[in-house]
Design a protein around this ligand. Structure first.
Ligand SMILES: [Zn+2]
Length: 650
């Protein structure tokens, strides 16, 4: 279990043909720069994804042009300066080692060993079950026995469909079919987890307090083998702006109170980008989002192999971290205790990529609601409302937890296929507002807003832009809205293309049905929001949440949808983090380079019966006049530029 305050992560993947590795490397100047940023945890390469080592190894191959023990010098210097050091080792990629040991390479099902197209660090991938496994372990042991390092970061531990002579026989023994890629991947899932256990056990036996992180596998499956968690997310490099929010609201439920979750963004636009330096405002948004959700800052970079210092990069990081440091006395050990959870008990791959989950996360943050994303690994007893977006089928365990939640008065909002059994036969819970008939036959699907959940929705049939289910009301349920059918479905009818398909009439098929504390929407409103972001889906969701949770922890009548607000507790204080930034699509990219300005922003915090002593803006402690009414303490912040931290002291 490990906690950190400020981290830095460096790539140092270096082509074997680079002739002058380390020639200009000034180790003391480097670690002085790291220290000047206030960093207490550094990850630096011991062995890169090209298979080159940067220390005096007897087992691997030190980069041929490196003339000194670079990693060793850095390790000694970090130890002297009080910086904890994790040694980076790639877990699956290596050119140099594969060139000497072709029998360690993974074999694709068509017999290839090289990946196509070849312009990728993944061109030579090693097999987790070949003798490479022992080689990797022995290099890791060599490091911790020889150098003052605190831990290891094993990278690129993904699933690869290897069918080599080591894998295929074991796959067959376990009942997998090596000729099927999905079987090979499932076996690789098993193999990579076994490799992590193998490395963990060997390293712990020698150094019981070794810090370990395995990048790739499920955090939940790694369990206590992870001393801390790391979230790798460069929003400009394919992760986009939907990924970090999901992981921020999920990973803290896995990490628990004793392990840091590092929020690893990047100083540049993509990994391997030597000439990139993002604007401070862009990186700052990533870091403040993490800070407001209990993550610790970590900025990734790639050091020039010759050792060129790129001082502007350090200047940027120092400026960013100095800014964050100002908030330490409020934010250190602050925790988020939300009352809403999005239930998503699925694989890490689904959590990382599911569009309905991303949309649900986005909608709740736009509504300024406080929430976690939960699987079956954490306790759900503190939530008042559980939300199941679009496609959450119920396992026995999930069903049992929902029953318990409802029995103690909790509420549930579910949409589309959520609530069904894994075979889509029926809704699992007794007391569910509807019975399942099948997928909706309407395409496009419309609904007619009406009743109390239609507040602020236009009185006209609205498009869903996604699918849904056909259901009928269960006994005792109240149907509040109905589906509207089109004249004809979108289709080629043999003669004409039925492209223009207006709504014809309201059906008797429920769109929104409510029974007790369960609200069920038959349309895929979250997938809809992912696709086109029709704001009415968010309004509808907000109305339903408001029915079950009329007194959210935080509300604001003035914050725009793009702003974010997160509430944390820290002893006798509650913190309201406000973020005002708006990533913008620019050509093929999504860019963020400005702090937005908000004026006269109203913030209302539910006080839960406590007496508010004062409210101020950190770090300047600029006092804010406040009024307490109906259980809420309300302040108006005259000016917010990008980020503001309002502190409510009791
Ligand atoms: Zn293999």
């Amino acid at each position: 279990m490990a906690k950190f305050k400020y981290a830095l992560f460096y790539d140092f993947h270096t082509l074997t043909t680079i002739p002058d590795v380390g020639e200009r490397f000034d180790v003391e100047k480097f670690t002085d720069n790291v220290k000047a940023c206030g960093v207490d945890f550094l990850t630096w390469h011991a062995r890169c994804n090209q298979g080159n080592a940067y220390y005096n190894t007897k087992l691997g191959s030190r980069h041929p042009s490196l003339k000194f023990d670079l990693f060793g010098e850095i390790a000694k210097s970090c130890r002297r300066k009080g910086i904890r050091l994790s040694a980076y080792m790639n877990g699956s990629l290596s050119d140099e080692e594969a060139l000497h040991h072709r029998d360690w390479m993974m074999i694709f099902s068509d017999g290839r060993t090289l990946r196509e197209p070849r312009l990728t660090p993944y061109v030579r991938t090693l097999c987790y079950n070949s003798p490479y496994r022992e080689h990797l372990r022995d290099m890791a042991l060599e490091l911790i026995e020889k150098y003052p390092v605190d831990g290891l970061f094993f990278d690129c531990l993904q699933k690869f469909p290897c069918v080599c002579e080591h894998c295929a026989p074991e796959m067959k023994k376990m009942g997998f079919d090596p000729s099927k890629e999905e079987d090979a991947l499932e076996f690789s899932h098993f193999s990579v987890n076994r490799l992590c256990r193998f490395l963990h056990d060997a390293l712990k036996a020698v150094k019981p307090d070794v810090l370990l992180f395995f990048n790739g596998p499920s955090f939940e499956e790694m369990g206590d083998m992870h001393s801390h968690l790391e979230c790798e997310c460069l929003p400009t490099a394919g992760w986009g702006y939907e990924y970090l929010p999901v992981m921020a609201h999920y990973m803290r439920t896995v990490a628990g109170p004793d392990r840091s979750v590092l929020n690893m963004t990047g100083r540049f636009y993509d990994w391997g980008d030597f000439g990139g330096l993002r604007k401070e405002e862009g990186i700052e948004y990533d870091l403040f989002y993490g800070l407001a959700n209990g993550m610790r800052p970590d900025v990734g970079g790639h050091f020039h192999p010759r050792g060129d210092m790129d001082q502007p990069v350090f200047d940027r990081i120092r400026s960013l971290y100095s800014n964050l440091h100002q908030y330490d006395s409020w934010c250190d050990d602050a925790v988020n205790r939300p009352e809403i959870a999005i239930v998503f008990p699925k694989s890490i791959t689904a959590i990382r990529t599911d569009h309905a989950l991303q949309a649900a996360t986005r909608m709740l943050t736009e509504l300024k609601l406080q929430f976690n994303i939960v699987t079956e690994c954490s306790d759900w007893s503190s939530y008042r409302l559980l939300i199941l977006p679009d496609n959450v089928r119920l396992s026995q365990e999930t069903a049992a937890r929902l029953k318990k939640h409802l029995a103690k008065g909790g509420a549930v909002i579910a949409s589309a296929y959520s609530g069904l059994d894994p075979e889509d036969k029926q809704f699992v819970l007794k007391g569910w507002p509807v019975e399942y008939k099948g997928p909706t036959s309407h395409d496009p699907l419309y609904f007619q807003p009406e009743g109390p959940a239609a507040a602020n929705l236009p009185d006209m049939p609205l498009s869903i832009y996604a699918g849904g289910t056909e259901v009928k009301a269960a006994r005792g349920a109240k149907v509040e809205m109905y589906c509207v059918k089109p004249y004809v479905n979108w289709a080629w009818d043999g003669l004409r293309s039925n492209y223009y398909t207006p709504p014809q009439e309201k059906t008797t098929e429920p769109f929104l049905a409510v029974k007790g504390k369960i609200a069920y929407v038959s349309g895929e409103i979250f997938s809809s929001y992912y696709k086109l972001a029709p704001y009415q889906m968010r309004v509808l969701l907000g109305n339903l949440i408001g029915r079950f949770l009329p007194d959210p922890k935080f509300k604001s009548a003035t914050l725009p949808s793009f702003a974010r607000a997160f509430v944390q507790e820290n002893k006798n204080r509650e913190l309201v983090h406000v973020l005002a930034y708006a990533p913008e699509r620019r050509g093929a990219a999504v860019a963020l380079e400005d702090r937005a300005t908000l004026v006269n922003t109203e913030l209302s915090l539910r006080t839960d019966g406590r007496k508010v002593k004062k409210v101020y803006l950190a770090p300047a402690r600029e006092k804010l006049p406040f009024a307490v009414k109906d259980g809420y303490c309300t302040v108006t912040v005259p000016l917010i530029q990008g980020y503001a931290l309002a502190v409510f002291e009791y």
